[in-house]
Design a protein around this ligand. Structure first.
Ligand code: CA
Length: 329
């Protein structure tokens, strides 16, 4: 489960997995009464009384925004914002388009996906895995494919695309890169596979179309990284390990949370990459993103792209801090 506050409406968005066991055997994701496999939208600024919680059949201390898609519908729970998710693993709002809500949804057997989440949208699971029909074992409560109108992913990949030695794949959703630290990456949606050891950058063209082109972006560790990036002999890429999540700070810089540590995307020149925009006017003191948002090389994913990163926190340090905290009296 992950929670987020909507930057435009201030409501709390709660991402719920389908409750587990392979293939959603109880069909929670399409169940109109279960909160599992849904994205919920809650108002926690206006709290109900204890009586109202009982009367309205709420699950906790929140109220339901009146403009939730099913707030007036008896069949569906009023908390729903979207349904038919399997395991939304990292969702984010585009900081430049605060209504643009993107979720990566972890697949079951074959396909990992990225969805643009819209009000009331049904993302198909477990009738579909990505754009493909999924055939769960029949059980009471199954949803016929022709009874739903699924929204298919805007990005995705087959497990076989990343399945190397680990035997599986699991997507880790990220962010639209809106920092000017790497102006050549500006506007791209970054995401990763847990096992993949590298990251994809997807460019949307035209904007707001949901039409993405994606490419892998190899990682390189800057020579002046404050923490020495671990590496595999004979491989120029840092050995980041499992990439489980991303973060964004107030400057819109992007962090990568991996099993080997925490990394930050930095200026390309720190890895000796050339990004013609890095020294342009847009990247100096006065930030004017419009100058970085032209559609020449920003949206051209055919240009080989790289991510220059530094390691800012080693896992051994995280563990050390955790040990210290745990050993305090
Ligand atoms: Ca789906």
């Amino acid at each position: 489960m992950r929670i987020l506050f909507g930057p435009a409406d201030g409501y709390l968005y709660v991402m719920m997995g389908d409750g587990g066991k392979g293939g959603d055997p109880y069909y929670f994701s399409q169940n109109k009464k279960s909160l599992l496999g849904k994205i919920l939208r809650l108002d926690i600024d206006h709290l109900p009384s204890a009586d109202e919680i009982v009367d309205l059949d709420l699950w906790g201390n929140y109220s339901v925004p009146q403009d939730n898609p099913y707030s007036e519908e008896k069949d569906l729970q009023p908390e729903f914002w979207a349904l038919g998710l399997r395991n939304p693993w990292r969702c984010s709002f585009d900081s430049q388009r605060p209504l643009y809500f993107v979720c990566a949804d972890t697949g079951q057997d074959n396909y990992e996906e990225v969805d643009i989440i819209t009000k009331g949208g049904n993302y198909g699971w477990s009738v579909y895995e990505g754009p493909f029909p999924y055939n769960p074992q029949q059980s009471p409560g199954s949803t016929p494919a022709n009874s739903i109108n699924p929204i298919f992913p805007v990005l995705g990949y087959n497990h076989s695309d990343v399945n190397k030695n680990e035997g599986s794949a699991a997507i880790s959703g990220g962010y639209f890169y809106r920092s000017l630290t790497d102006p050549c990456m500006f506007g791209r949606y970054l995401y990763a596979d847990l096992y993949g050891n590298d990251i994809w950058a997807a460019a949307e063209s035209p904007e707001n179309s949901g039409n993405f082109t994606t490419a892998r972006v190899p990682l390189t560790c800057a020579h002046d990284s404050p923490t020495h990036c671990s590496s595999i002999p004979g491989n120029s890429q840092p050995a980041v390990g499992y990439i489980s999540s991303f973060g964004e700070d107030n400057r819109k810089d992007i962090f990568i949370l991996a099993s080997s540590g925490v990394y930050r995307v930095v200026r390309p020149s720190r890895c000796n990459y050339t990004c013609s925009k890095e020294n342009a006017q847009c990247c100096n003191v006065k930030i004017d993103s419009s100058k970085c948002d032209s559609d020449d090389d920003v949206l051209d994913v055919k240009v080989p792209m790289f991510l220059c990163v530094i390691e800012v926190l080693e896992v051994i340090l995280q563990q050390f801090i955790l040990l210290l905290v745990l050993s305090l009296p």
